[in-house]
Design a protein around this ligand. Structure first.
Ligand code: PLP
Length: 285
């Protein structure tokens, strides 16, 4: 695979980052994952805007313009022949000469920019979407700025392992009795013609897929309610689902051992998935 590191396109085995890189030592970096369908980028604009926001919240300089970033994405898609898959992008505060808690001088330490592709044929036509996924609930013990997409992913990673050990697919995190989000996705339930999901705040990541799906809700004749909800309320819903750039809209059929409806993906979640895929493909760049 050809990857991108600080201005160069290289074979992955030749790509290098310093051991003093702040992301390696302190998780001092942010990332984005953009999906590719039909060789084109889904919602690049949304991801570029969120990246700019993550960088500015952490006072990390943008490594290049967003137009240059689009060119790099497209070049990697071309070089690696990606029809369906993902592009992972990471920007870190860079690599100073030594380890220090204090931020390095941005004049001398430039941000590190890394991108690589993940080839996933069949991403849109996923078997998991036909079966639905099962989730458990776990405590949300992450830090208080989950709106910033940092590479500090140890707890979400542990959450996925807890799910795996419990024999299910993923975990929904709960704080003060209310669901925040999934380990790497936003969480929703459907009751009647209403989609319920937690409102935006520093408690959750402002999902790019979330924004798109809520925009498309009207096309599915559905209403949106952004508010706190409990696991118990979701368990009694008609349907549930998650969204993320890599899973699109993924039906959830079981929460903490309780089956939703018939225990198979519901018609409304599947309809939302279809609309999301259709509309995103049309708008892809
Ligand atoms: N919430 C968390 C914690 C995530 O890590 C992600 C994606 O990685 C999402 C939500 C979904 O965001 P997006 O739709 O932009 O992929």
């Amino acid at each position: 695979r050809t990857v991108y590191v600080n201005g160069e396109y290289l074979p992955e085995t030749e790509a290098k980052v310093s051991i003093f890189d702040r992301a390696f030592l302190m998780a001092d970096g942010v990332y984005e994952v953009t999906s590719v369908l039909d060789g084109k980028l889904i919602d690049f604009d949304g991801h570029a805007k969120r990246l700019q926001r993550s960088l500015s919240e952490l006072d990390i300089a943008a490594p290049c313009t967003m137009d240059e970033l689009l060119d790099i994405h497209r070049e990697l898609v071309k070089l690696n022949n990606i029809e369906e898959g993902m592009i992972y992008l990471q920007v870190t505060r860079g690599a100073p000469d030594d380890r220090d808690f204090v931020f390095p001088d941005p004049e001398t330490t430039k941000p590190t920019l890394v991108l690589f592709t993940q080839n996933k044929p069949g991403l849109a036509d996923s078997p998991a979407a036909k079966k639905g996924i099962k989730v458990i609930s776990i405590d949300d013990i992450r830090w208080g700025r989950r709106d910033i997409k940092t590479v500090q992913l140890l707890y979400p990673s542990m959450g996925k392992m807890m799910a795996k050990k419990a024999g299910v697919d993923d975990a929904w995190m709960v704080e003060d009795g209310f669901v925040t989000e999934g380990t790497s996705n936003n969480a929703y339930f459907i009751k009647g013609n209403k989609i319920v999901t937690r409102a935006l705040s520093n408690d959750i990541l402002h999902g790019i897929t979330r924004a798109a799906v809520l925009r498309f809700a009207a096309e599915a004749q559905m209403e949106v309610e952004e508010r706190n909800f409990t696991i118990e309320e979701a368990q009694q819903a008609d349907e549930a689902f998650i969204t993320s750039a890599s899973t699109f809209v993924m039906p959830v059929v079981e929460i903490d051992g309780v089956s939703l409806g018939e225990g198979v993906p519901g018609p409304r979640a599947l309809r939302l998935r279809e609309i999301y895929l259709d509309e995103s493909r049309k708008a892809a760049v």
